[in-house]
Design a protein around this ligand. Structure first.
Ligand code: FAD
Length: 532
């Protein structure tokens, strides 16, 4: 009698966003551990999915593909090569010197990264200002010379006499930019985003979000020539000027990754929400998930659990010996939620001359700093990719609102939100209501992990999770960090590194996006720098 083969090891992966899909792909290509993905949504991609509304595609928040990590850029390009020239006509607007020589023709091939120029402006004082801000004559002229002098005076004052200690995001901004520039260009938008005054937000948000950005760097950057690939290691995150973008939005890439995972032997259970995570003796011993009809899937004795679900929800599902202070802190973590009002608009000859060219306005997105407008940003999806729009002679807009589940904005019905969006987009003069021919609303919960609420005890939550031997929190909400796709992926790669080589501490996951040059450190250096 032949001995039966040993049962294969398996990992439960919670969430089919960038973090979960990366973890599954890495396990399949680097080990014989079988990944089983549990995803609550009916499609993959998480916040980075593409929503298809009657053939018009919505990207929630607008996802640029760029990274300081060569490993991530190579990983993406394994799935989607960077576009080459369009053969049908040499003066096609999709042709540019930044395309990849010999890369696929995006008119012919679907699985391709377009090369896009970033254009975004700030709408304020009923005018548009280029963003990132450039210290040009036009900027000072539009601001008015009185305001410009106040900006300079305040900037020099805060350089000479910075606020110490820095207790709030407001202090952080004032030290970086001076009080007047902060009030002109950052205050309103940031307060719309977080729903609280900047003087009540912790300074870590600024450190995380705009890291090394300063007026000096903005000035130097405006003098430098643009770089041409998605690997922009020396450029601050907020300044990236060119980026790669899947032809049909970010979710197209993640759908291709999911397809590959299935081919390689992984499993994806869509429409299933995690309902139970049993913890015993510092180990996850059982995971359960429910579908919408209440049918339960059980996963006993998983070898590993890689989780990208929000930490708050994880602790709501976790059963076992969890200290009260850890559970209470985790379940009081806070988030900001996100509404997109999609508006399909007829255009006039001025707005679209050639459907493959940028439409008017030429921006990928606009920041709305104006205080009497609730809208935070406007995406112009045509300018991300002309292929996002079913009929490219139409203008396809995403009006973005920041809200908190249950607040007055979130509680508006879809019809009321569309009415609000219609009024506000007309007020700022992008389109008039007669042009709008179709509309939809997309609601994204927990779009932004907040550094308020239970966050003050995040180290305690992390220490508890580090003590559970087979659980790996990864990604954006999984780690409760303001992570982009690349950071979310790097945290999953760090989790898989640690699973496959137990001498690599799993606490490395928390270091991703905490140190700017994380990816440039060798693994050996990371280990020798590790505290425990
Ligand atoms: C407005 C905005 C703009 C952004 N712009 C960019 C950008 O330009 N470039 C960039 O790289 N990144 C950008 N990001 C960040 C990017 O969206 C995230 O980094 C990325 O999606 C995080 O991946 P993730 O897998 O960690 O989490 P998610 O994308 O949140 O995926 C988590 C998945 O887990 C599932 N899930 C949650 N709870 C459960 C449960 N109980 N059971 C089962 N499944 C569950 C969710 O349905 C989801 O599919 C942006 C984000 C926002 C909000």
């Amino acid at each position: 009698m032949c001995p039966s083969p040993p049962p294969k090891k398996y990992a439960i992966i919670i969430g089919a966003g960038p973090a979960g899909l990366t973890a599954a792909y890495e396990l399949l290509t680097r080990s014989d551990i079988i990944p089983i993905i549990i995803e609550r949504d009916s499609q993959v991609g998480g916040i980075s999915k593409t929503v298809n509304y009657r053939g018009n595609r919505i990207d929630i928040g607008g996802h640029r593909f760029f990274s300081k990590s060569a490993q991530i850029v190579t990983w993406w390009e394994k799935f989607f090569p960077v576009q080459g020239q369009v053969a049908s006509s040499p003066d096609n607007p999709l042709n540019s010197p930044f395309n990849c020589t010999g890369g696929p023709d995006p008119e012919i091939q679907d699985r391709v990264f377009l090369v896009r120029k970033r254009i975004s402006r700030i709408y304020f004082l009923k005018q548009f200002f280029a963003y990132p801000l450039r210290p040009t004559f036009e900027l000072f002229h539009s601001l008015g010379w009185g305001r410009t002098l106040r900006i300079l005076r305040d900037y020099l004052t805060s350089r000479a006499n910075p606020i110490t200690p820095v207790l709030s995001l407001e202090d952080f901004f004032i030290n970086r930019f001076g009080k007047h520039l902060y009030q002109t260009f950052f205050k309103e938008y940031t307060e719309k985003l977080w729903g609280v005054p900047c003087n009540q937000i912790k300074p870590e948000w600024g450190a995380q979000r705009i890291k090394g950005l300063s007026l000096r760097k903005v000035f130097l950057h405006s003098l430098r020539r643009q770089t041409d690939d998605a690997l922009q290691a020396k450029t601050e995150t907020s300044l990236i000027e060119r980026f790669h973008y899947p032809k049909f939005g970010p979710g197209q890439l993640w759908e291709a990754v999911a397809e590959e995972i299935l081919k390689l032997g992984g499993t994806i259970h869509l429409n299933h929400s995690i309902s139970k995570i049993q913890i015993e003796s510092n180990n996850v011993t059982h995971v359960a998930a429910l579908d919408k009809q209440g049918n339960q899937l059980d996963f006993p004795e998983p070898d590993h659990v890689i989780t990208s679900m929000p930490l708050k929800d994880l602790f709501h599902c976790a059963i076992g010996n969890i200290p009260d202070e850890v559970r209470n802190s985790a379940t009081s973590l806070e988030y900001r939620d996100f509404l997109t009002v999609g508006l399909l608009c007829q255009t006039n000859d001025m707005q679209i001359k050639n459907p493959l060219e940028r439409v008017d306005p030429p921006d990928n997105w606009l920041y709305i700093q104006e205080p009497n407008v609730k809208m935070g940003r406007v995406q112009i999806f045509n300018n991300w990719s002309p292929f996002m729009v079913a009929d490219p002679t139409k203008l396809w807009l995403g009006l973005e609102y920041f809200a908190t589940e249950g607040d007055s904005l979130w509680s508006l019905s879809d019809e009321e939100l569309i009415k609000l969006g219609t009024k506000e987009i007309e007020d700022i003069g992008v389109v008039n209501r007669l042009q709008i021919e179709d509309a939809t609303v997309i609601r994204q919960t927990k779009a932004y992990p907040s550094y308020a609420g239970g966050y003050e005890n995040i180290e305690m939550i992390r220490a508890f999770l580090n003590s559970i031997s087979n659980i790996y929190p990864v990604g954006r909400n999984g780690a409760h960090r303001y992570n982009n796709q690349d950071h979310s992926m790097l945290s999953s790669m760090a989790a898989v590194d640690s699973i496959l080589n137990p001498s690599i501490p799993k606490s490395n996951i928390w270091r991703v996006n905490a140190e700017q040059e994380y990816h440039e450190m060798t693994r050996a250096a990371i280990q020798s720098n590790e505290d425990n």
